[in-house]
Ligand binder design. Structure first.
Ligand SMILES: Cc1cc2nc3c(=O)[nH]c(=O)nc-3n(C[C@H](O)[C@H](O)[C@H](O)COP(=O)(O)OP(=O)(O)OC[C@H]3O[C@@H](n4cnc5c(N)ncnc54)[C@H](O)[C@@H]3O)c2cc1C
Length: 455
């Protein structure tokens, strides 16, 4: 039996806690919040398959009616694009606090101990090993520290350089987000589509969505730059003009919070340490959904820990977790991150013209948003290539931006094979360097003007 600390009650950490406590390990989860409190007052959607993967029973009321995302561009007359329903994929919708309490109750039933109101400050390092956590309640040591502290994890960001684990996200890696639920205006006409993503105002410098439910209208506005309520107020105003069902009375939420939207860490593990969920930047980087990835990754991590019969939990044995994660999720997530890195380079007007001219179809937009560019190219792409080239001929800047993203996907195909199958420190170093260099090269820096291949 090993002593395992889960630092922060993030989703992936709780799933690992459930499985490891059930297998007889002494698992303690530390979190800063009070029992029964949660910091986000919101509903979330995620893929049902992730709960099944984690072997967690799905409460029936989590099952949601299917809600297809509609992209709305800047022009009033520009046609909207609604993504087709995804076959074989079911969506769950649940109150965030309820899901959190459900996972906590499963962890407790499996034998894990949850310690609330404990602020984690930093990792404790002994030699070259992560050996515990420093908290406001004292120092706690364990055989393994699972970092589920989220995007700003003080464990990850204070790890020594020799772990090769990136400490902080860069600009354009984070969406600064305002989320608020407004009362519906009774008798106001309902929109034709109720799950809308708006690509206008500041264009692709961020995004905003409006979800119209029976009870409320849920607004989310996100920006790559730091923002404020006064900066976002005009966007809220535009949303309310376009959507008469959106009332002005705030009924819940109304807070700012950051979401990581980037590729996962190049290295997730060190001796005595593994990051899972947002602390390892495991979100779907076009919209910041990370619950499903976290549930799956927590399961993969628990499997790797259980397979280490010596209980040393070195970077070498934990590499099995990283390997499974990259094969099943990480490489796909990287392609989505490349697609996302394209967003800050395009303008709202260019998006509008792509929609208005039919340059991109809803199937192509879906494949793009899932990082499946090869599907775009294999599909009806060639039969429509001539007309696409004609349209792009009139938009040379957009053409070179699109070529840049295709070339970036191609360049990433050359990075992928350098992922080490076995843990060999020099190979891991080479992998991390190549991976991080690649993503630095495709990311727009704050001072950079829009840049394309032919500039
Ligand atoms: C506005 C918004 C909307 C979102 N919508 C969706 C959605 O619809 N679907 C979806 O799949 N994902 C969504 N996400 C993303 C999702 O929240 C995360 O990707 C997912 O929760 C995985 O993160 P996590 O559980 O690893 O970390 P977190 O959810 O950040 O949890 C970290 C835990 O660690 C604790 N903690 C942090 N720091 C400390 C510390 N120093 N000491 C002690 N405890 C600490 C926190 O209290 C918390 O319990 C959304 C995120 C936001 C912000």
């Amino acid at each position: 039996m090993s002593e395992i600390i889960v630092a922060g009650a993030g989703h992936g950490g709780l799933v690992a806690a459930i499985k490891l406590a059930a297998a007889g390990h002494k698992v303690t989860v530390y979190d800063r919040h009070k029992k029964g409190e949660y910091y986000l007052d919101q509903r979330d959607s995620f893929e049902a398959g992730a709960m099944e993967y984690a072997g967690i029973e799905i409460p029936e009321h989590y099952r949601a009616k299917s809600n297809n995302l509609t992209f709305v561009a800047v022009g009033d007359d520009t046609p909207v694009l609604t993504l087709p329903a995804k076959e074989g994929s079911e969506t769950l919708t649940v109150e965030r606090k309820e899901l959190h309490e459900y996972l906590i109750s499963l962890a407790e039933n499996a034998g894990a101990q949850i310690v609330y109101e404990t602020e984690i400050k930093a990792p404790l390092i002994l030699g070259c090993r992560v050996a515990g956590i420093e908290t406001d309640k004292g120092r706690f040591y364990a055989d393994l520290i699972i970092d589920a502290c989220g995007m700003n994890s003080p464990v990850r960001s204070n790890l020594p350089g020799f772990t090769m684990i990136e400490k902080s996200p860069a600009h354009f890696d984070v969406l600064h987000t305002y989320r608020a639920y407004f009362e519906n205006v009774k008798d106001a006409p309902r929109p034709e589509t109720n799950y809308n993503l708006y690509l206008y105002n500041d264009g692709t410098e961020g995004l905003m969505w409006l979800v119209t439910d029976d009870e409320y209208t849920d607004a989310l506005i996100a920006r790559f730059d730091e923002t404020s309520y006064s900066a976002l107020a005009p966007c809220l105003h535009t949303l309310s003009i376009k959507n008469p069902q959106m009332g002005t009375k705030l009924i819940r939420g109304g807070y700012f919070v950051d979401i990581p939207v980037r590729q996962p860490l190049a290295v997730l593990v060190a001796d005595g340490y593994a990051a899972v969920g947002d602390s390892a930047f495991m979100t779907y980087s076009l919209k910041g959904s990370g619950i499903a990835y976290s549930l799956r990754a927590g399961t993969m991590l628990a499997n790797a820990v259980l397979a280490d019969s010596d209980g040393f939990y070195t970077a070498e044995t934990l590499w099995e977790y990283e390997k499974t994660f990259f094969r099943e999720i990480g490489f796909g997530a990287c392609r989505i991150a490349i697609a996302k890195n394209f967003l800050p380079f395009v303008t709202a007007e260019e998006v509008d013209r792509m929609f208005a001219t039919g340059l991109i179809s809803s199937e192509e937009l879906q494949a793009f948003s899932e990082g499946r560019l090869e599907t775009v190219i294999k599909g009806k792409f060639f039969s429509t290539l001539k007309s696409k080239l004609q349209i792009l001929g009139e938009m040379p800047e957009l053409r070179s931006k699109l070529l840049t993203i295709v070339s970036n996907i191609g360049r990433f195909a050359a990075v992928e094979p350098s992922f080490p199958n076995r843990y060999e420190r020099s190979d891991i170093e080479k992998w991390a360097e190549k991976y991080n260099e690649f993503f630095n090269s495709v990311r727009r820096s704050p001072s950079q003007e829009l840049q394309t291949d032919n500039q």
